[in-house]
Design a binder for this molecule. Sequence first.
Ligand code: FA5
Length: 360
Amino acid sequence: MNAAMTEPAAGDVRTALERSIAVLRATFRARFEAATAEPALREEKARILGKKGELTAILKQMPALEAGARRAAGELVNTLKNEVEAVFEERLRALDRGERDAELSAPAFDITLPGREPAPLGHAHPISIVRDEIVDILVSLGFAVHDGPEVETEENNFTKLGFPPDHPATDMQDSFWTTDGLLLRTHTSNIQVRAMSTHPPPMAYIAPGAVYRRDDDATHSPMFHQIECFLVDEHVSVAHLKGVLGTFAERFFGAGTPIRLRPSYFPFVEPGAEVDVGCPFCRRADGSRAGCSVCKRSGWIEILGCGMIHPVVFESCGIDPEKWSGFAFGMGVERVAIVRYGIPDIRLLFENDPRFLAQF
Ligand code: FA5
């Protein structure tokens, strides 16, 4: 078979290529202009430069050219390729600009229009609700809020409060210690020390905040909240303490709620007591209580520890115990919340299940 009859001569290829290049060069700008959105523009580019594109087809024919003509055509194709890419980029930018201009000149969106669906409203967490209520009652009685750190020194958390060095609470197993010898405060009583070491009496403070212990069961959490309350003045007595506690119980749990002080030991008070409130869940109209599962049939629920500030604490803070006296109590916020709402397990307060939280 005669090869000259089936394969075009190099000269014919060259002419055909030059024509294809010339046609492409004359038309590609208009083709890009005709694309009015980015996807169409990209499709057009692929039709020219893609794997099966027109310029790629031209490139594939180049090996058939003679060396000199191949070089010349190569230069033409490269220049055209660069032009195609540059015009494509410019058109892309123009489309983008056009889109933005259209957005800017569109009628302004009125952000004051009410939404179509009402946004679901959240509310305060039950711990915050209870804490705020307790704080409000005590502030109304004349106590001011005193803040303080949760990472504390052993001295402020234990030593100045009269804890002996071998007290179990100071043990690594019972408290969370940092590697540099500080600890997460185990109670808000550190604020007594901080306030008394820095301000002269008289003083009346409350200190709400988070505290930490290695505790974890249905009524004990490793992180929980306390509210410390203390009054230092001349001639403060147990009567003042009972007056504040009784008023608090009536205001928080309802008129007629009784309190009871049971002797107890805390190193930083003398005498010390734990305070129970009459169970609000089984109280009868005449004030007596039937006993129920919440109060474990006793009719009473423990909510806090209290006492008269120990002379040792005054001395360690530079206050004269002969002149000044005071009371202090520390209330567990979660414990009070559990009693208020009849919550069976303290851990429910920290799981943040919306089905639980929506009930408050
Ligand atoms: C104290 O923490 C003393 N600082 C309270 C105090 C202050 C006594 C001032 C005297 C004078 P206690 O360890 O009992 O005491 O804790 C006080 C309250 O915190 C408890 O009555 C309880 O309501 C709550 N509480 C204690 N441990 C936990 C826990 N792990 N989870 C939840 N609440 C707790």
